[in-house]
Write a protein that binds this ligand. Structure first.
Ligand code: MTE
Length: 319
C-alpha cells in the first residue's frame, strides 16, 4: 500500500515497495521459504505471544479440510517478517515495532444497529466461538501473495451472536487508536484503520475472524488478538487488531478510501484484469519462493463469492 507515484507496469517488486525493502525481500527469498501444506514451524512470532493468554490451550484447532490449496504454505518465519501493519511501520519491518502492541487484556465493542450493544473481552469471545483451522491464499494489492494456516471462526457466527436489526446493511470494523503505543498513528493517515463489508459479504462462508496462525494464538504482527481475513479480496480489507464492530444502515467510508480516493475502493475484489491505477494486477510474487504466478479472479474463490456481486455490475467492484 505505498503512496509513491511511479510510471510503468509489470515490475511489481519495484513498483510495490521502495528499493531498500526490495533488497530485504530478495534476502528473504534467498533463504527459501515453502513448506508442504500442514507443516507447523516454531518461529520468531512466538516471542510476541502473550504469556498470559487464556486462550492458548485452544490451539491447534482442528483443520476444516473444505478449503483446498493449489500451492504450499508460506513458512511462519517468512510470513511473520513481511507484513503491512501501518500503525507500527510503513515498511515491512512492522514485525519489530509490533512487539509493542499490548494485545491483552483486549475489549471488543459491538454497537450500532443491534438488539443490545455490548463490550466484551476478546478472550471470552474466542472461548465462546467454534475455532477451526483453514488454509487460505492471501493476495495483497501490492501484487504479492502468501498462503496461510489461519485459525479462527466464521464472521457469520459473530453476526449471529450480535443479533443485528433488519435495517443493518453494512458491518464496519475499527482498529485501536493509541499513538503512544503505535508510532505509525502519529503519521499523516486518517486513523484509526477502518474497513467495512456488506452484510451479504460478512455472512459468506469464507469470511473468517482470525485469532490464531500456524497452530498458535495470533502473534502481534498478524493483528492480535483478533483480525479479519477475506481471501477473495485484496489484503487491505482484512483489518487487524479489531476493537469495534458496528452494524450500520449506510455504507461507511473506509481508511483506504479516505487515504487514496480513486485508488483503494470499498469492494476491492481480486481481479487480474483490472489494474491498480499504478501497476498491473495480472500476476503476483509468491513471497518466499521467487516465483511469479498468474492471479486468479476472486483470488480463486469465485465458487464461494461470485454470486454476491450479481446485479452490482455498475459498481467499481475491483479497485
Ligand atoms: N490492518 C491494520 N489495522 N493496519 C494495516 O496496516 N494492512 C492491511 C491488512 N490489515 C493493515 C491491516 C494490508 S495492506 C495487508 S496486505 C494485510 O493486513 C497484511 O496482513 P499480514 O501481515 O497478515 O500479511
Amino acid at each position: 500500500m505505498n503512496v509513491i507515484r511511479r510510471k510503468g507496469w509489470e515490475i511489481p517488486e519495484r513498483e510495490a515497495t521502495p528499493e531498500s525493502l526490495a533488497m530485504n525481500r530478495r534476502a528473504l527469498m534467498r533463504g527459501g521459504a515453502l513448506l508442504g501444506a500442514g507443516a507447523i514451524l516454531p518461529g520468531l512470532s512466538e516471542a510476541t505471544l502473550a504469556a498470559d493468554d487464556p486462550t492458548a490451550g485452544l490451539y491447534p484447532a482442528k483443520r476444516n479440510e473444505s478449503y483446498k490449496l493449489d500451492r504450499g504454505l508460506t513458512s511462519e518465519p517468512t510470513a511473520s517478517k513481511y507484513n503491512n501493519f501501518y500503525e507500527f511501520s510503513l515498511n515491512k519491518s512492522a514485525y519489530l515495532q509490533a512487539e509493542s502492541l499490548k494485545a491483552r487484556p483486549w475489549t471488543l465493542k459491538i454497537d450500532g444497529l443491534v438488539a443490545k450493544p455490548l463490550d466484551m473481552s476478546a478472550d471470552d469471545l474466542i472461548k465462546a466461538m467454534p475455532l477451526e483451522e483453514r488454509l487460505y491464499r492471501h493476495r495483497c494489492v501490492e501484487a504479492w501473495s502468501m498462503t496461510m494456516p489461519w485459525t479462527g471462526f466464521p464472521l457469520k457466527k459473530l453476526v449471529e451472536y450480535a443479533k443485528p436489526l433488519g435495517s443493518a446493511k453494512f458491518i464496519r470494523f475499527e482498529t485501536f487508536m493509541d499513538p503512544k503505543m503505535a508510532p505509525g498513528q502519529r503519521a499523516f493517515f486518517p486513523w484509526p484503520y477502518v474497513e467495512a463489508l456488506t452484510m451479504a459479504e460478512a455472512t459468506n462462508d469464507l469470511a473468517l475472524m482470525v485469532t490464531g496462525a500456524y497452530g498458535k494464538p495470533l502473534p502481534n504482527v498478524f493483528g492480535a488478538p483478533i483480525r479479519l481475513h477475506l481471501p477473495w479480496k485484496y489484503g487491505f480489507k482484512s483489518v487487524k487488531s479489531i476493537t469495534k464492530v458496528s452494524f450500520l444502515e449506510k455504507r461507511p467510508k473506509t481508511f483506504w478510501e479516505e487515504s487514496g480516493p480513486g485508488e483503494y475502493g470499498f469492494w476491492a475484489n481480486v481481479n487480474p484484469e483490472v489494474p491498480h491505477p499504478r501497476w498491473s494486477q495480472a500476476t503476483e510474487e509468491v513471497i518466499g519462493t521467487g516465483d511469479r504466478r498468474a492471479t486468479l479472479l476472486f483470488n480463486g474463490y469465485g465458487e464461494y463469492v461470485a454470486d454476491l456481486y450479481k446485479g452490482l455490475e455498475k459498481e467499481n467492484l475491483y479497485m
